[in-house]
Design a protein around this ligand. Sequence first.
Ligand code: ATP
Length: 478
Amino acid sequence: MAATTTENILKETMQRYEEDASDDKSFEELGVDARLIRALLKKGIDKPTPIQRVAIPLILEGKDVVARAKTGSGKTFAYLLPMLQKLFANVDRKKQAPNAFVLVPTRELCQQVYIEVVSLIELCRVQLKVAQLNSNMQASDLRAALTGPPDILISTPACLAKCLFDGVLQPASINATLETLILDEADLLLSYGYENDIKSFTPHVPRSCQCLLMSATSSTDVDKLKKLILHNPFILTLPEVGNNKDDVIPKNVQQFWISCPANDKLLYTLAVLKLELVQKKVLIFTNDIDMSFRLKLFLEKFGIKSAVLNAELPQNSRLHILEEFNAGLFDYLIATDVSQSKEKDEAPKEGKGSRKSRKHKLKLDSEFGVVRGIDFKNVFTVINFDMPRSVAGYVHRIGRTGRAYSSGASISLVSTDEMETLEEVKAFVGDDENKGSNTIVEFPFLTKNAVESLRYRAEVIYHFLFSFTLEEKTCKQP
Ligand SMILES: Nc1ncnc2c1ncn2[C@@H]1O[C@H](COP(=O)(O)OP(=O)(O)OP(=O)(O)O)[C@@H](O)[C@H]1O
């Protein structure tokens, strides 16, 4: 009987919030602070996305929330706005530790969230201090960052655990002060090997703390975290994402594929870019880091300036490249997500407590972090130079365009070997134009003649580069 009543309440509440998600409420009607609304307007944001319409009122009511919504749906503001609003209400309070923790899986995401929070605070002209931690910081740097203490702490779970272990943060202070705990990209945190780190601080999270889990997919990991962290028994999983493709691939992204011999991928990419068949900015995904460098050099010889982004680059360089790309300093970025390459299968399975295997897993997963959650600004086109190895990889790559209310396109170059993956993608998203907008179809704008007209020059450049790359030892012989 009790279970039925709880089920009914949950059902009714879900219905209410489903209705809220589909109506046209403004930020003001959601109860967002006028300063934050003005700040959003300065960023060109004037109406909430569906996940924001649903999540913001709930979070403002103080509920624990598990928010599941597709990539690029605006989850960051869905938690940042109510979190800041709560802090605005009590700017001058004395405290022993930060009032809010935002935990994310990678350093790039720490940086991304940090930039977003600081810019909102500055635009609102409110005195709040934000600290961003990373695992390269020495205990003295961590101590300095936490002096004050800041109002908001943005960190990976590992770095937070380190602060506790080194005595930089006191469990009692967390227990006395923490009001909001946010786990962003919650579906990734455990797969990044953070379980023990999370377990090391959860006992110190006070029962009164509001906990939010933001995630792009549902998984057993999210359920595990939910059990580990959420205190408030009223947990609402927001009904935005189901298990079908319409829920995960943005409807405003046109998806194309091109059949292309494996050896001609450089040439086809060149043709697509040189003939301006796609709209900028362009994010190109390769499965192999060497190939990304080769592609960069090749395009450069045709006057197309690009940068590479992969987990082998030092983190500072990665952050710098992301910042420059997002600031519009160049239009083409070649990213490698090694988790989509064969190397992933060769990774040793994680043994219990095995330091070595955990390290290896972290390395591979941080490379996956190049794709997941990163908000590449104003990307219109995603090119799969190599097909990702799974439909999930495809969905995450495509999710880098068509973010929030913008539109976008994707083109996948498919060699004979990759046809099987294309078939899987087709089975998932559909390949029949009549089925609706959310399908993958053959790219109609690149003719064989157009490709062939570039072949001779491309081959000359290719041979020139071949000797060049041998000398430089930067790239391998293709
Ligand atoms: N209400 C809005 N209107 C227009 N743009 C928005 C709105 N809210 C957020 N955005 C923009 O949409 C983009 C995607 O938002 P965000 O990074 O929060 O998505 P996400 O759901 O966290 O995606 P992912 O799961 O990939 O991390 C950002 O550039 C953000 O500035």
